[in-house]
Unconditional design. Structure first.
Length: 413
């Protein structure tokens, strides 16, 4: 297949298009001196000679399972078959068992290294992912992850990989990697359309932060005719979060800007066939190679569904259950969560709702509407934290998937 052939071909004669499972692997395998001339629109011809050197890649995702999962899926691709890749995966110590489970049969070929998160005032001890935290806690988790820079620098100096693939939360990896001769590659787990609408330089002309009203319109040069050309006020207001800094730390927009500035290339889990105009716009805005890894469709899950879920789901007929999940970084306001749960109740169907709620004793009452648990007893489950989402979606009793339309969730569904 294309993904495997491009790994073996010599760079000067390689044919590169945006079609295929991944031109990301091709970029890693090519000599570094040639990489600056690479782009997703490049083409050539000829038959190159086979390369024999295995590439070593370090993966470093943000500590949310909606981010860890695509990094793990890409890792599985890279180490499988004849690709010739070695991968080291960095994550908080508390996530290691779950990451190894995500890697499944590929775990034996991947080294998962734990990072010790420093203590941060207000961050619960032992917190390792956003699944365990409130929205405010997730911001503190960024502070803790920033505090791992000395550990990461020491690991990269020891490992000397060919490349480090990093997430939006840790743009400082670029400054650590480049002096060591390690190529920093930014893996964007969001859709190209979302990134193009929110995070490009044209969104902040002259360094001016956009208002909520500004965010109702697409940035200059955005692909014409797009359904995203205009947003309703309530959606634009939600996007304002990306431009706010917390605890004296960079905003989400600032972190993306630093990723674009410092990386050697941007890896996108999409394809030209799916999002060509947005990819072209991003390429023009960012001025860096765009490496298309495909949608990173998850492999069939390994292992069995936990007995408590298997037993509960099996008590209902085929296609009867509504599964509602809004991602590891979505924190619905109490009023929105109430409306969602009341809507699920009104369907009169069995349901599982996986939601993030405020943490702490004072927030307990805000989790579900009064009397809700008693009214839906036996047919409705409200769960906080991680679940085996792929296993649940594959269960015969699940007939409807309600989600926040995150790119990863859409692909999984």
């Amino acid at each position: 297949m294309w993904f495997r052939r491009c790994v073996r071909w010599g760079w000067p004669t390689i044919t590169v298009t945006s079609i295929g499972e991944s031109n990301f692997a091709c970029y890693i395998a090519c000599p570094r001196r040639k990489r600056n001339s690479y782009s997703h629109t490049m083409s050539g011809g000829g038959n190159g000679s086979a390369a024999a050197v295995a590439s070593h890649i370090v993966m470093f995702p943000w500590l949310a399972f909606g981010h860890i999962s695509p990094f793990a899926q890409l890792t599985r691709r890279l180490v499988s078959g004849d690709g010739g890749f070695r991968v080291t995966f960095l994550t908080a110590a508390g996530n290691v068992p779950r990451v190894e489970a995500m890697l499944a049969e590929a775990a034996a070929a991947v080294t998962v290294l734990p990072l010790d998160l420093p203590a941060v005032p207000g961050l619960p001890p032992g917190a390792a992912s956003t699944a365990e935290l409130s929205a405010d806690g997730a911001e503190l988790l960024k502070v803790a992850l920033d505090g791992t820079r000395p550990q990461v620098a020491a690991l990269l100096a020891e490992l000397r990989p060919d490349a480090v693939v990093f997430d939006f939360a840790v743009p400082w990896v670029c400054g650590v990697a480049e002096p060591l001769g390690v190529t920093p590659l930014f893996l964007n787990v969001y859709s190209a359309a979302t990134l193009a609408f929110v995070a490009v330089p044209a969104r902040c002309p002259g360094g001016r932060r956009p208002s909520a009203r500004d965010l109702m319109a697409a940035p200059p040069g955005f692909p014409p005719g797009s359904a995203l050309a205009a947003l309703p006020a309530y959606q634009a207001a939600d996007l304002s979060y990306a431009f706010e800094g917390f605890y004296g730390m960079p905003s989400v927009y600032d972190r993306f800007a630093a990723c674009f500035e410092g990386c050697a290339a941007v890896v996108m889990k999409t394809s030209a066939e799916m999002e060509g105009p947005y990819i072209d716009y991003l390429s023009a805005q960012i001025g860096k190679p765009m490496l298309l890894a495909g949608p990173v469709v998850p492999e069939p899950p390994e292992g069995e569904l936990e007995e408590r879920w298997a037993s509960w789901l099996s008590s209902f007929p085929e296609n009867a259950v509504v599964f509602a999940s809004f991602g590891s970084e979505t924190f619905l306001p109490a009023a929105a969560a109430t409306e969602l749960l009341l809507g699920l109740e009104a369907t009169n169907r069995p349901f599982v709702a996986v939601l993030n709620f405020p943490k702490g004793a004072d927030a307990d009452a805000a989790r579900v509407p009064p009397g809700f648990e008693e009214r839906v007893k036996g047919r409705g489950v409200v769960h906080m934290g991680w679940v085996q989402q792929q296993h649940i979606l594959r269960h015969p009793s699940v007939g409807c998937y309600l989600n926040h339309a995150g790119f990863g969730s859409v692909v999984k569904g």
